[in-house]
Design a protein around this ligand. Structure first.
Ligand code: NAD
Length: 496
């Protein structure tokens, strides 16, 4: 049983699908592992590290894939890049099938069994395999770090001999996995944090992290199925807009994370709201990959408008690739372990297992996932009912793979800067609304959404009060706000 780990070819993708830690475990399960040369470089994992863990290094993709029974990847490789794998080999990764149906069909034709990790059901057994949660958690953290890099003031309150500096005000919109981690991170850095969500249950989670929950009376609870939010009615949207407009103008840092399964990201921050913010304010739009929560967001880019910086990076977890790879690789290991008979040391996929059924896109030369398979026609010519595919978000990232890096000027609306780390990112697959347990406490953001047992509110508070995370290099910016005219251009994209 051979497992192949590919070097990622997607422009700007810095993660890798296996680490020395997971490779050692695959080998213990009876697999031989081949890693393509240089696969871990961007995550600071050398070929030597992989070899020490027991892997062989393939000089080329072809050499790595030859005779493979399982191929591990972060991004979906093209079908024609998979030559040499065994018939029926498993391809496991974040395959991003929505909007890429032709590529999925090509994978079917190539004879591989493609398994899309984004479709992992959010049930207790599969929490450890939930790549959306592990990566969203990191993205929420990184969003605040990115904001702090361009924010030209200190975040915490500082009482010094020269006087007191007020703490920054941070506002998080959407308190799911990413949002809760953004709240916790902003708290750790000393900001005064408020947050909003349309699910009433999020209120308790936000407050357990020591942040203030903001919600309009007009919007009681917009919880949808499976712990996700539903789309708001027009009246609810208007009430929310009024609430946000009144609050956002007093904020220094805004992190938006609001998503609705299978829908484009709701637009929550209008141009006028951006213009109401003070010069030097920063917005990080974590929903950029699904069109953005901010009217002005440009996916994959950093822009400034009215001296407000809007960061639209679409793969923020990829900005901390070493940690992101570590968690992603563990998610994959946990799933692959269920597909192997460790005693017999061979692949033993139970195609009836709910995790397999939920994730498998192609098998035996056909597209089999209900969201993508062509409806079967019976003899009478009727079509078999199948669930409607989740709607693709309207705003898709441009397909260009070249970062259009350009230095911004201090003009009112600076030229957008591409994020090389994001260039050419495709949008992630809209999430499947599968049944899962909503986390009961915000501490999920601290323990990681992988943690089975919800932490208690005090635990969350304690975690939030931890010592501040390491700050960006000091002395980068003066504490005092610069006059708008002197404001430096927004940072280069792709700052890692
Ligand atoms: P998500 O990424 O789909 O959305 C992010 C957040 O945006 C959600 O909290 C949503 O309510 C909010 N939102 C949507 N529309 C909004 C609007 N108009 N204004 C403000 N906020 C809006 O959500 P997610 O991160 O996947 O988390 C959703 C829930 O699922 C959370 O309660 C989370 O704790 C839970 N969860 C459970 C598991 C599990 O049990 N295995 C795993 C992950 C997440």
């Amino acid at each position: 049983m051979k497992i192949a780990v590919l070097r990622e070819r997607f422009e700007g993708e810095s993660r890798v699908a296996a680490t020395p830690e997971t490779i050692a475990k695959y080998i213990a399960l009876g697999a031989e592992v081949a890693v393509e040369k240089g696969a871990g470089e961007a995550s600071r994992l050398s070929d030597d590290d992989f070899q020490k863990a027991g892997a062989t290094i393939g000089a080329t993709a072809a050499a790595t894939l030859k005779g493979a029974d399982i191929v591990l990847c972060v991004r979906r490789p093209a079908a024609d890049e998979l030559g040499g794998v065994n018939k029926g080999a498993l391809l496991v990764g974040a395959l991003d099938p929505y909007g890429n149906e032709k590529d999925v069909a090509a994978l079917a034709k190539a004879g591989v069994a493609a398994m899309s990790m984004e479709f992992m059901p959010r049930i207790t057994r599969a929490q450890v395999m939930d790549i959306l949660s592990s990566q969203a958690n990191l993205a929420g953290y990184q969003a605040v770090i990115e904001a702090s890099k361009v924010f030209d003031r200190a975040m915490p309150m500082m009482m010094t001999a020269a006087g007191t500096v007020r703490p920054a005000k941070a506002f998080v919109m959407g308190a799911g996995v990413a949002g809760l981690q953004a709240i916790a991170t902003a708290k750790r850095l000393g900001a005064v944090v408020s947050a909003t969500d349309v699910r009433a249950a999020a209120g308790e989670q936000v407050e357990s992290l020591g942040a203030k929950f903001i919600m309009t009376e007009a919007l009681k609870d917009a919880s949808g199925t499976g712990g996700y939010a539903r789309e708001l009615t027009k009246d609810e949207q208007a009430a929310q807009a009024e609430l946000v407009a009144g609050h956002i103008s007093k904020q220094d840092i805004v992190v938006t994370t609001a998503l609705i399964p299978g829908r484009p990201a709701p637009k929550l921050v209008t141009k006028a709201m951006v213009e109401s913010m003070a010069p030097g304010s920063v917005i990080v739009d974590l929903a950029a990959e699904r069109g953005g929560n901010v009217e002005l967001t440009q996916p994959g880019k950093v822009i400034t408008h009215n001296d407000v910086t809007i960061i639209g990076y679409t793969n923020l977890a990829g900005h901390i690739p070493t940690t992101a790879s570590q968690l992603y690789a563990r998610n994959l290991l946990a799933f692959i372990t269920t597909l192997i008979d460790a005693k017999e040391k061979k692949l033993a996929v139970n195609w009836d297992d709910e995790l397999v059924k939920a994730t498998v896109l192609t098998r035996d030369g056909a597209v089999v996932h209900s969201a993508f398979a062509a409806p079967k026609t019976d003899t009478a010519g009727d079509t078999e009912a199948k669930p409607a595919p989740a709607k693709k978000p309207a705003a898709k990232k441009p397909a260009t793979r070249k970062p259009a890096a350009s230095k911004s000027t201090a003009s009112k609306s600076a030229a957008p800067k591409a994020d090389p780390g994001q260039a050419g990112e495709t949008k992630p697959a809209p999430r499947k609304s599968t049944a899962r347990k909503p986390a009961t406490k915000a501490a999920a953001a601290e323990a990681g959404p992988q943690a089975d047992a919800p932490a208690t509110a005090p635990a969350a508070k304690a975690a939030a009060a931890e010592k501040p995370a390491a700050r960006k290099p000091a002395a980068k910016k003066p504490a005092a706000r610069k006059p708008a005219a002197n404001k430096p251009a927004a940072p280069e994209g792709g700052d890692k």
